[in-house]
Design a protein around this ligand. Structure first.
Ligand code: C5P
Length: 229
């Protein structure tokens, strides 16, 4: 089972160092915009030097040429996973993939954010299909563009696996053990539900980072995810 990916949604390197110091094993962590825009590539190099795997969650969405060039830069960082918004279109996704040519970095696409509800999608995007249909459409486009998978909610992971194949990555945020607050997420699931519904990776942020004992919380989530209880 892949390790749960811990979302390092912190504002500074000091906070990251203090957080990582609580673990004695190699982790799979996610660096998102909040941290990357403060600390930049240096922090990514630091985390890598500590032996951790990295999902650099910058959700690129721009014209194809710009995304291709940006991906060339990210390929040099040697991270494990990067992403774009599928809403940027087929050509943009293909360009992103070209930018990563020759690197080991895997590329996935964000479908609909897990903080988006169906009514919000209708109101904000004027997309009048069901949320699942929209997510499935984006997943198929990502596959067509040659991407390795998508970011989606657990609720759509199974259908995407059926449509795009079991090797197509389904990275699912919005994961909470049953006892933890849902915060601003709309489409949430527990680690065990994620396993049962065919997620290939789970992303967990606040349920670990804001826990009283992050290492304990991580261990429990990992066990639930790997089916030990
Ligand atoms: O704290 P929480 O577990 O809700 O954090 C989820 C993480 O996953 C955040 O870093 C958020 O930006 C990210 N994410 C998400 N939904 C997506 C893509 C990424 O929540 N569709």
């Amino acid at each position: 089972m892949n390790k749960p990916i811990i979302a390092l949604d912190f504002a500074s390197k000091q906070q990251v160092e203090a957080f990582l110091a609580q673990f004695s094993e190699p982790l799979f962590v996610k660096v998102g915009m909040e941290l990357y825009f403060q600390e930049g590539p240096e922090l990514v190099r630091f985390i890598k030097s500590q032996g951790h795997s990295i999902f650099l969650d910058l959700k690129l969405h721009d014209i194809p040429n710009t995304v291709e060039s940006a991906m060339k830069g990210l390929a040099n960082l040697g991270v494990d996973l990067v992403n774009v918004h599928a809403a940027g279109g087929l050509e943009m996704m293909k360009a992103a993939k070209r930018g990563l040519a020759g690197s080991e970095t895997k590329l996935i696409a964000v479908t609909q954010l897990t903080s988006t509800s169906e009514s919000q999608m209708h109101e904000d995007q004027l997309v009048y299909v069901s949320l699942e249909e929209s997510v499935l459409h984006y997943a198929k486009r990502a596959m067509q563009a040659g991407l390795d998978g998508v970011v989606c909610s657990v609720l759509e992971a199974e259908a995407i696996g059926e449509a795009c194949g079991q090797n197509f990555l389904r990275v699912t945020p919005g994961i909470r053990p049953a006892t933890v607050s849902v915060d601003d997420q709309k489409r949430v699931a527990t680690p065990a539900q994620a396993r049962a519904k065919g997620s290939t990776h789970i992303v967990v942020g606040r349920a670990i980072t804001k826990a009283e004992n992050p290492a304990d919380s991580y261990a429990q989530i990992r066990e639930e995810w790997s089916g030990k209880f």
